[in-house]
Design a protein. Sequence first.
Length: 69
Amino acid sequence: MRLVFKGSELLPEYRGFRDGRLIHLYAGEAVEVKDEAGDSLLREFPGLFVEDIAFAPADKQIKEPRRRK
């Protein structure tokens, strides 16, 4: 799972030990972590970490609209 640290005015950087390694991020930076660690960060820091949409798994239920010819 790829997460982006949004940060805040009071918390401009994050340092923590996840996935057996030290993670040090500034606001706007992204990190790749295991799914369990990512779920934990999203739950513990709501609003500060968000899942990177560019790397989110594609939803196969949603289809693209048909193009007009």
